[in-house]
Design a protein around this ligand. Structure first.
Ligand SMILES: [Zn+2]
Length: 202
């Protein structure tokens, strides 16, 4: 993605689409110069190399306009234009920090989620990490640790498991290895889903 002034053009961006859950992090926008008034362009998300969504944006002095097409579960596309007010607080160490004011609840937030038609804060979409979700991840991680302990591997969940412990059947070793790999994969997927960290602006 180009940033403002990076050749995206000065005209209002084309309508963009978003179907799934995407997030906009104001710290990322600031870091990449997108908060500059007059900045116009698009924000897009991708997952595993595939673009999963893209929206147009226009930055004004104290707010941002998002523009995109949205549809609910394969229904008709609907044009959405959303205004999001920005707020700035002074940091202790000097400088200022930008915030979105959630268009629904007015809370100061750093991240807005496009979990439905509009970009709203995590609380409004009920995207708090439910104890149930956390419980599932915890269980998987516990299982993974247990397997690793049996295999004499490091507790860090990432070091490769290279050696079969003495006295363990090859079959058991293979099964545990597969289980460990699967647990690691599953917990990573779940955490990614919970935090929405798979989708990032780029
Ligand atoms: Zn909210």
């Amino acid at each position: 993605m180009g940033g403002w002034g990076s050749g995206k053009g000065s005209s209002y961006p084309k309508k963009k689409t978003t179907e799934s859950q995407h997030r906009i992090d104001i710290r990322w926008l600031k870091k990449h110069g997108y908060l500059q008034p007059g900045s116009v362009g698009s924000l897009s998300w991708s997952f595993r190399g595939e673009q999963t969504g893209s929206i147009g944006y226009r930055m004004e002095a104290d707010h941002m306009i998002l523009s995109y097409q949205h549809r609910f579960r394969g229904g008709d596309w609907e044009s959405v234009e959303q205004k999001i007010i920005l707020d700035w607080t002074v940091c202790n160490y000097g400088g200022t920090r930008p915030w979105f004011l959630c268009p629904n609840c007015g809370k100061r937030v750093a991240v807005l989620y496009g979990a439905g038609k509009l970009f709203l804060c995590r609380h409004c979409y009920g995207l708090t990490y439910s104890s149930q979700q956390e419980g599932v991840v915890d269980r998987i991680l516990r299982r993974q640790r247990k397997i690793r302990t049996r295999l004499g591997a490091a507790d860090d969940l990432v070091s490769p498991i290279l050696f079969k412990p003495k006295g363990m059947h090859q079959k058991t070793f293979d099964r545990l290895l597969t289980e460990e790999k699967f647990a690691g994969y599953l917990s990573a997927e779940l955490i990614v889903k919970m935090l929405g960290i798979n989708v990032r602006c780029h």
